[in-house]
Design a protein around this ligand. Structure first.
Ligand code: AMP
Ligand code: ZN
Length: 135
C-alpha cells in the first residue's frame, strides 16, 4: 500500500522516532506547528479514527497520556494540544489515522483554528436532537 505512515512504521522511509510499542509509534512531525510536535501512529493502517477498532482506541488514550506527560516533562511546556483530523474537510492530508500532540508555551502566538460562531434561535436544539438520536 502506498501509505507514507505505513512506510515510516516499517522503516522503509526515515523518521525521528521517539516511542514504540506493539501497537503504536510516535515520530516527530517534519513540519511542526511548534517545536516538539509529535505524531502518534497506530501500527495497523486505519484510514481515520472512525475506522479504528475499540481495543486499539482504548490503548490510544493511554499512549496519548503517556506521551503528553513525556512532552511536558522533557520540554517544560505549559500545555499540549491534542488534534486529530478525520476526513479531507477536517484538514486530514495523510489517510493513515494519527494524533497530533502539539506542545504549547506561554504567548506562543499559535492559532489552532477554533473560530466560534452563533446558532440561530432553536438551531442548537435541532442539531443536538439529530446527534442524540444517532448515538
Ligand atoms: P494531517 O493534516 O492531520 O493529515 O497531518 C499530516 C501531518 O503529517 C502534517 O502535520 C505533516 O507535517 C506530517 N508529515 C508529512 N510527512 C511526514 C513525514 N515523512 N514524517 C513526519 N511527519 C510528516
Ligand atoms: Zn498506512
Amino acid at each position: 500500500m502506498d501509505c507514507i505512515f505505513c512506510k515510516i512504521i516499517n522503516g522503509s522511509i526515515p523518521s525521528a522516532k521517539v516511542y514504540e510499542d506493539g501497537d503504536f509509534v510516535a515520530v516527530m512531525d517534519i513540519n511542526p506547528v511548534s517545536k516538539g510536535h509529535l505524531l502518534v501512529l497506530p501500527k495497523k493502517h486505519y484510514v481515520n479514527m472512525m475506522d479504528m477498532d475499540e481495543e486499539i482506541l482504548k490503548k490510544t488514550g493511554i499512549v496519548l497520556k503517556k506521551l503528553c506527560g513525556a512532552i511536558t516533562k522533557a520540554l517544560g511546556v505549559s500545555g499540549v494540544n491534542l488534534i486529530q483530523n478525520n476526513g479531507i474537510d477536517a484538514g486530514q492530508i495523510i489517510f493513515h489515522s494519527h494524533f497530533h500532540l502539539i506542545p504549547r508555551r506561554p504567548n506562543d502566538g499559535i492559532k489552532i483554528g477554533m473560530e466560534h460562531r452563533k446558532y440561530e434561535e432553536g438551531e442548537m436544539e435541532e442539531y443536538a436532537n439529530k446527534i442524540k438520536n444517532a448515538v
